[in-house]
Design a protein around this ligand. Structure first.
Ligand code: GLV
Ligand code: MG
Length: 316
């Protein structure tokens, strides 16, 4: 089962205080950042802080990720070598920002394999999260999603993306002023989602920078969740509960999905008459309904939800 990633908490790798706080917060994933949340002069020190913090433990069930710098900088290889040699046993994934080609993912894959072999770690265990942050990356997204079996997620990086395509807006997640005929992000979000779903990896929405505006966060997160995204970045503790809620089904949908699965299993069985399309209450359900129900039930189970209403087969 894929890891839960409803809320992916960004934490500057240079801040011991924020790293310590992250261990207490209910985010599904924490990523310790060596890239844009870490000033150039702070990066070497942050590598050490990150290694120590991962090895100290206390991360519970949270997925532990480190974002390294992108391959166009001089920092990437040292980020990877220092962090993975130092704490590879306590790290789940490496996030690679500003990915533009499949080769960039393969380069990271090769480097990880070398380190795993040298250090005696299990080869291939550490996953890759690929951030799409410019036009070139989006055009190449299918190849990026299949570049390595390590790829677990494709992430939309809206801030860098908007800058890279010259979008006339400074507010991430909000529509660019002057664009009044729809959602300026729809194509990008859908393109990434298609590449993710076609290749069985997760699709994650990036940050919402107005951290005090939790309603705004909910609105933007709700759009990505409605399309089918698996989760979204959170930059502040106040966004975590909202993300966990928005990317989990609500209780009645979860109960309904589990009931569809039970009813469909019963009616397609010998005991239920081997039927393919049946009525559940006022609704006709068939194999396609089962597939839709599996998605909602899967999200609910991953979120640890329990049923409050259980369908039972009709009495003889
Ligand atoms: C995240 O990295 C972004 O650029 O939005
Ligand atoms: Mg970025």
């Amino acid at each position: 089962m894929p890891r839960p990633r409803r809320s992916c908490l960004a934490v500057p790798g240079s801040s011991q205080k924020m790293i310590d706080k992250a261990r207490t917060l209910p985010a599904d994933q924490v990523f310790l950042d060596l890239e844009d949340a870490c000033a150039p002069l702070a990066k070497p020190g942050a590598r050490k802080t990150i290694v120590e913090s991962l090895n100290e433990g206390g991360w519970g069930e949270r997925t532990r990720v480190v974002r390294v710098n992108d391959w166009t900088t001089e920092w990437t290889y040292r980020d990877v070598v220092e962090v993975v040699e130092g704490a590879g046993a306590n790290l789940d994934c490496v996030m690679l920002p500003k990915v533009q080609t499949a080769q960039q993912v393969q380069a990271l894959d090769l480097l990880l394999t070398q380190i795993e072999k040298t250090m005696g770690y299990e080869v291939g265990r550490i996953g890759i999260e690929a951030q799409i942050e410019n036009a070139r990356g989006l055009v190449e997204v299918d190849a990026i999603a299949t570049a390595s079996p390590r790829v677990e997620t494709i992430i939309f990086g809206p801030a860098d993306f908007m800058a890279s395509i010259n979008m006339k807006s400074l507010v991430v997640g909000e529509q660019p002023p002057g664009y009044d005929v729809g959602d300026a992000y729809h194509y990008i979000l859908m393109r990434i989602l298609m590449a993710a779903r076609a290749n069985d990896v997760q699709a994650i929405d990036g940050p919402y920078l107005q951290i005090r505006d939790v309603d705004g966060f909910r609105r933007v997160a709700g759009r990505a969740a409605a399309l089918g995204y698996d989760g979204k970045w959170v930059l502040h503790p106040g966004q975590i509960e909202a993300a966990n809620e928005v990317f989990s089904p609500d209780q009645s949908d979860y109960d309904h999905a589990e009931n569809i699965l039970d009813a469909y299993e019963f009616y397609t069985s010998d005991a239920g008459g081997k039927r393919g399309a049946v009525m559940l209450g006022d609704e006709m359900i068939d194999e396609a309904s089962r597939k839709m129900a599996l998605v909602i039930a899967g999200k609910g189970r991953a979120a640890g939800m329990t049923r409050t209403d259980k369908w039972t087969p009709p009495a003889e």
